[in-house]
Design a protein around this ligand. Structure first.
Ligand code: ATP
Length: 356
């Protein structure tokens, strides 16, 4: 992945009548990166991708591809963009005919088309014998791969994906997530992907943009979005989280009503009297034994327990709310419900969100 911006959005606004769906988006998508846009329903993800591929007009702003302005260019004349949608396959045609469709439009010779289609079957790890197979005889996962092969046959610089895996069952989705990531590496192309699913975004992306109400709330690499969210919204959107209201006593030391904080924890970057949220993920909170030392400690009572395969999740009533703690299965607590517990975590595992 390079640092060069392949696609640049500046002040992009989209209005539908009196309703503003996108409020002045600034965004650089780099050449060769796997860029994912996540956000709740209605946050503007599909609107954004429709503008990028030219299916809809922008209301204000600019979209640049390298140094060329493309926001006024019709979709069919944006040679670099292609949306991948399995539903758009031709069911009455063979796999080969589907993949070759863009090459036929380009008037490539039949021999050349066939050669490229077979190469793409190899790339997508489908047997070459599938060339003659009917689309209607393919499984859901195979259809997704054919659709991808066809998108790649256009040889676009950027591939856009609009929730391509959302209709598939869990196992197939997991397998295709890995395949897509692998395909991204093998093709070196720029992938722009939108999804509701945080998990999907975390597995595949180089960088993630989180959208909320037509604005981008944060753009960062997946790890940073998870461990250092800029707001309560991002923290909560990126999985289970525990948040404590804190106030900075003297610009260095934090204070919270519920937490007992050891004196040496001086990590506040808030101004004196500034309010914030101290965040800790469930996997970083532990049940405190008599000899343990933690920077932050609080008392609570186990409210519920859920088995999540290899991990156990506990809901603990403390600080007037429900906190979440995750442990490995081997550390499971017997007869946990109603048990009084002490929870502990260290400052190094926390993240402070300012302006709460
Ligand atoms: P989802 O995940 O549910 O697909 P999304 O994040 O993709 O949601 P969009 O489809 O981009 O959200 O919609 C953003 C907002 O714009 C929504 O409030 C939606 O109702 C509105 N919107 C989208 N298209 C139109 C339209 N053609 N006319 C009016 N409003 C629209």
């Amino acid at each position: 992945m390079s640092d060069i911006a392949l696609l640049r959005l500046r002040g992009v606004v989209k209005k539908f009548g009196g309703f503003t769906a996108l409020h002045g988006i600034d965004l650089d998508i780099r050449e060769g990166e796997f860029f994912t846009i996540v956000g709740p329903s209605g946050s503007g993800k599909s609107t954004m991708i429709r503008l990028l591929v030219g299916m809809d007009d922008i209301s204000a702003g600019e979209i640049m591809l390298r140094d060329q302005r493309i926001d006024q260019t019709p979709a069919n004349l944006r040679p670099t963009c292609m949306v991948f949608q399995s539903l758009a396959l031709f069911p009455h045609m063979s796999v080969g005919q589907n993949i070759e469709f863009p090459l036929k439009l380009r008037k490539d010779s039949p021999a050349k088309r066939r050669e490229r289609a077979l190469e793409l079957l190899d790339l997508l790890r489908l047997p070459r014998t599938y060339y003659d197979k009917r689309i209607s005889q393919c499984s859901g996962g195979e259809k997704q791969r054919v659709a991808l092969a066809r998108a790649l046959a256009f040889d676009p610089e950027i591939l856009f994906f609009d929730e391509p895996l959302s209709a598939l069952d869990y196992r197939l989705r997991k397998a295709l997530e890995k395949e897509l990531k692998d395909l991204h590496v093998r093709t070196g192309k720029t992938f722009v992907y939108i999804t509701h699913s945080l998990e999907e975004a975390m597995v595949m992306s180089d960088r993630i943009a989180i959208m909320k109400e037509g604005k981008i709330e944060q753009i960062a690499v997946a790890d940073e979005i998870y461990s250092a969210p800029v707001s309560r919204f991002v923290a909560e959107f990126m999985g289970e989280v525990n948040l404590f209201d804190v106030i900075s006593v003297d610009g260095e030391t934090l204070q919270s009503s519920a937490l007992t904080i050891s004196n040496d924890v001086t990590q506040s970057t808030l101004p004196v009297g500034g309010k914030g949220l101290l965040m800790v993920r469930p996997e970083d909170v532990q049940f405190v034994g008599s000899k343990d030392h933690f920077d932050y400690v609080l008392e609570g009572k186990i409210h519920a327990e859920y088995a999540l395969g290899s991990r156990i999740q506990y809901e603990v009533e403390a600080d007037g709310k429900i906190l979440t703690v995750e442990t490995l299965r081997e550390s499971r607590i017997k007869d946990s419900e109603g048990l009084p517990v002490t929870l502990g975590f260290n400052a190094s595992k926390t993240h402070l969100i300012g302006d709460a």
